[in-house]
Design a binder for this molecule. Structure first.
Ligand code: ATP
Length: 296
């Protein structure tokens, strides 16, 4: 099966600043991939590169077997909803659907109309008069009705209220199950990602820190608690993600393929949120808003 997204040593520089460096990824088709990282980590940059809205400074990126933005066929394969969920303020909801039908060869008008009706959006209403969340829903409807192979969503649920967020994610899961579309979505909300993603990419300061299937990631990370000791004394195959100490006790989060055999450790449960936070801890600059919002 063609990879949904493949990147080799991908880098993007804005002026003198690198937004993304040495990014190598292989995301197989048919997955829902969560892209998580603190503000400024490079998530939007990666999604824009995948959509063909930006070109790489270094390295290569391939999406659904082609170069992003390389022609009509490639554009038809990929739908992208940018962070600001762009819609045309002067056009009505119905006019958006007509435009979608005219511009996209694979347009699924029934799906678009059903979704608009299900959301209770008035087809005669101008997009400029919709609320932020309704605009996001309209942009998402346009993207889904295009019937792409790959759906790229930059913080799709940020503008939605908790109920709409849950419903949207449920819709997304249904669409994935029904149409086999691959999805890459960025979010700060790990609980949402945990609910829908089977693959996770953690970006910190423009670099990929973690990339893999959620089940495998959870199976290879462990929280160990035991008598205080230096992390340098841990076996070489145990990669230490984070460590904290009290006077008597040490808690470490390690990544390893091997079983934990040392009887001094108590092995604790770990969920995706703990794990992502461990990878992100220390990534946010002092004084900035928290790297992650944890909402349940
Ligand atoms: N057009 C631009 N010109 C200059 N620098 C930019 C531009 N767009 C992004 N950057 C910089 O590139 C880095 C990565 O930004 P990007 O928007 O990709 O991060 P992000 O992970 O999507 O962040 P957020 O969660 O805040 O949306 C940041 O340091 C940002 O300031």
């Amino acid at each position: 099966m063609t990879a949904a997204l493949g990147a080799r040593a991908l880098g993007k520089r804005y002026g003198r600043n690198w937004a993304l460096t040495g990014c190598t990824l292989d995301i197989p088709a048919g997955h829902v991939v969560g892209l998580v990282g603190p503000n400024g980590a490079g998530k939007s940059t990666l999604l824009n590169l995948a959509a063909g809205m930006l070109t790489p400074t270094t390295g290569t990126i391939e999406v659904c077997g082609g170069t992003p933005g390389s022609g009509r066929a490639q554009l038809a394969k990929v739908a992208f909803v940018a962070q600001e969920t762009p819609v045309y303020p002067g056009l009505t909801v119905a006019e958006h659907l007509r435009l979608g039908a005219r511009l996209n060869p694979g347009w699924d008008d029934a799906l678009a109309r059903d979704r608009v009706a299900g959301l209770g959006l008035d087809p005669r209403r101008r997009a400029g008069k919709l609320s932020g969340g309704q605009r996001a829903q309209l942009a998402l409807t346009m993207a889904i009705a295009k019937r792409p192979e790959l759906l790229l969503l930059d913080e799709p649920v940020a503008a939605l209220d908790p109920l709409a967020r849950r419903e949207f994610l449920a819709d997304l899961m249904e669409i994935v199950a029904e149409h086999g579309v691959s999805v890459v979505l960025s979010s700060h909300l790990v609980a949402d990602l945990e609910r829908v993603c089977d693959h996770l990419v953690v970006l910190v300061a423009g670099e990929v820190r973690l990339d893999g299937e959620v089940d495998e990631i959870l199976a290879t990370h462990h929280r160990l608690t035991g008598p205080r000791r230096e992390v340098s004394t841990l076996p070489a195959h145990q990669h230490v993600v984070s460590a904290s100490h009290t006077d008597r006790q040490t808690t470490v989060l390690v990544r390893t393929e091997a079983p934990i055999l040392d009887p001094q450790w108590t092995v604790g449960d770990l969920d995706l949120e703990d794990l992502v936070l461990a990878y992100l801890s220390g990534a946010a600059e002092p004084g900035r808003r928290p790297a992650l919002e944890v909402l349940r």
